[in-house]
Write a protein that binds this ligand. Structure first.
Ligand code: PBG
Length: 330
């Protein structure tokens, strides 16, 4: 006689009610931070080809989008600017212009929606004529770490003045968290948080984002500052530094190919951990769904659940609005 199983894990899966009872991970709209692309002009809402359902909004139209999101329970946003080519220069000067598109829009959003949390992006690329996150040495082509800190600090300070709740340095220069913390503190912004892009990898998954903002590097790649996708231990070195330097929250980016890194960081810090479910990860799901090759909605919810299960407390995701609609339906 063959032995019958003595353990039957299937008992905990036998009905929807029991499955719900033992479910370990649950998504809520509180988990989501919604990225927003801001562009010049009025009455503009332009869909990004490689990101179906995601648009660049002019400042007036982005208010409607935020209104819709707030109604769905999304309360945190990460705006990014598409900067006019003529305003770009090698020092990204436009990034500290209080009258420029980005900072004016940030201030407007905070006026119209004082309750929402805005996480602003600190990196030179959208404003840089070189398309890099730091200053490029014109002779050697090298990315100049310490000279860039000056620019990043001024950018962060201007964002705090515009009303940012959280500063999100995505540039990966060494020492920028400590630098920005000090600049903020010395200028009366001790209450402004820093969510550090702790482990940001030199990833092929950023392609659609760079299309959306015209922010691709003009020359070379970002491998001297963004991390090698092959490395996990290195994320813990970055984590230790960000903690010492005063980060309030840490982030892993991208998310889906880096679930092991999210878990590793989760197990090695008491700080909140976030993950950026990036543009290429969104585009992959959307493209397959459009072909009828995947169920887009189910795949989206599985992707987001897996990022949370890996250890993320919050997720920056282009799916935020759609997932909030699914959660509302129950
Ligand atoms: C740049 C920045 C990038 C993203 C967010 N901030 C792209 C890059 O590093 O080239 C990518 C986000 C995404 O792909 O969704 N500082």
């Amino acid at each position: 006689m063959p032995l019958l199983p003595t353990h039957r894990p299937r008992r905990n899966r036998k009905s929807q009610v029991i499955r719900d009872m033992v479910q370990e991970t649950r998504l809520t709209t509180h988990d989501f931070i919604y990225p927003l692309f801001i562009t010049e002009g009025q009455n503009q809402q332009i869909e990004i080809k490689s990101m179906p359902g995601i648009h660049r909004f002019s400042a007036d139209r982005v208010m409607d989008e935020i209104g819709r999101c707030v109604e769905l329970g999304i309360k945190s946003f990460a705006p990014f600017p598409q900067v006019n080519e003529v305003l770009k220069d090698r020092l990204a000067r436009e990034s500290a212009n209080m009258e420029g598109l980005y900072l004016k829009t940030v201030a407007d959003i905070k006026r119209q929606f004082p309750e929402v949390v805005l996480m602003t992006d600190v990196a030179m690329d959208p404003y840089s004529s070189d398309g890099h996150d730091g200053i490029v040495d014109p002779d050697s082509g090298e990315i100049l770490n310490d000279a860039s800190l000056e620019v990043l600090g001024q950018m962060a300070l201007a964002q705090a003045r515009a009303g940012a709740d959280i500063i999100g340095p995505s540039d990966m220069m060494d020492g920028r968290v400590a630098w920005i913390r000090e600049v903020l503190d010395r200028n009366g912004f001790a209450g402004v948080s820093i969510m550090s892009y702790t482990a940001k990898y030199a990833s092929a998954f950023y392609g659609p984002f760079r299309d959306a903002l015209d922010s691709a590097p003009k020359k070379g790649d970002k491998k001297t500052y963004q991390m090698n996708p092959a490395n996990r231990r290195e994320a813990l070195i970055e984590l230790a530094l960000d903690e010492q330097e005063g980060a309030d929250m840490v982030m892993i980016k991208p998310a889906l190919s880096y679930l092991d890194v999210i878990r590793e960081v989760r197990n090695n810090t008491q700080l909140p951990v976030t993950a950026y479910n990036v543009s290429g990860e969104y585009a992959m799901v959307k493209a397959a769904a459009q072909q009828g090759w995947l169920d887009g909605e189910k795949t989206m919810m599985e992707v987001l659940t897996s990022i949370k299960r890996a250890g993320a407390d919050a997720i920056l995701t282009y799916f935020a609005k759609e997932a909030a609609e699914v959660l509302r339906r129950g």
